[in-house]
Design a protein around this ligand. Structure first.
Ligand SMILES: [Zn+2]
Length: 247
């Protein structure tokens, strides 16, 4: 692993942490973003209790996939062991965001998965966003943060869910964890999760018995943006070769 690639990851994780307040997902210092370097077997995470406006790239803490600090002057986020557990269980994810955004937390506190009620949800999450089971007294007393991650992993394992297709979950009575292929993408998924939680709250208030859309519509919307047959968006602008004008 080159020093250059680790500097790139550090810059990306720092920038993504600053997106949390920019997108209005943060209350006080709550929330954190991490990004993993799979080759080096470490991830970078926000230090505990540091205000976003004071956060510099050098303050990010480097920890291994067991959550042990490898490098850094500050204590890592208290949620570090949750991130570590998710990285170990989901080898396809590269970054994790955790927030206490209010509508998502409301579902977590209600012990409810966020149901798919429309295409806004289906564009990004290919199914309901699971809520983990409440932790037992034993799970809270020992390795609480790791058990929080395990409770999310258990939801994916028991339901056979693919973390690439459902890029987030709710930790019961706590809040959302989202992930992605980059730190910025994991934050975007946190933004979408909060938006669909807000929409679901209002939808269920207007019609508690709403059936939700059929699988045919949901599948169509998800596959417009994901997988081999995706057709949403436009290709990156091609750099046109320098045209030499014949004089
Ligand atoms: Zn939290």
């Amino acid at each position: 692993v080159t020093a250059q690639s680790s500097a790139r990851l550090r810059a990306a994780v720092h920038a993504a942490n600053l997106l949390i307040p920019e997108y209005g997902l943060a209350t006080l210092t709550w929330g954190n973003v991490s990004g993993v370097d799979r080759d080096a077997g470490v991830f970078l995470i926000k230090p505990s209790g540091v205000a976003y406006r004071d956060l510099t790239p050098g303050m990010l803490v480097t920890v291994d996939l067991d959550g042990h600090v490898v490098d850094g002057d500050l204590n890592p986020s208290v949620d570090t062991a949750t991130h570590a557990r998710l990285y170990r269980a989901f080898p396809t994810i590269s970054a994790i965001t955790h927030t206490h955004s209010p509508y998502a937390v409301a579902f977590a506190q209600a012990r409810r998965a966020i149901p798919v009620l429309g295409t806004t949800h289906a564009d990004v999450f290919n199914g309901e966003i699971p809520c983990s089971a409440p932790l037992t007294p034993e799970q809270c007393a020992h390795d609480y943060e790791s058990n929080t991650g395990q409770s999310i992993v258990d939801e994916f394992t028991s339901a056979g869910l693919d973390p690439c297709e459902i890029p987030g979950a709710l930790a019961c009575e706590h809040g959302p964890f989202t992930w992605g292929t980059s730190p910025a993408e994991s934050v975007r998924h946190a933004v979408v999760l909060e938006a669909v939680a807000q929409l679901a709250t209002h939808t269920l208030a207007l019609n508690p018995a709403v059936p939700g859309p059929g699988a045919h519509l949901l599948e169509r919307h998800y596959r417009r943006k994901h997988g081999a047959d995706a057709y949403y968006g436009n290709p990156e602008p091609q750099s046109t070769p320098e045209t030499t004008t014949a004089q």
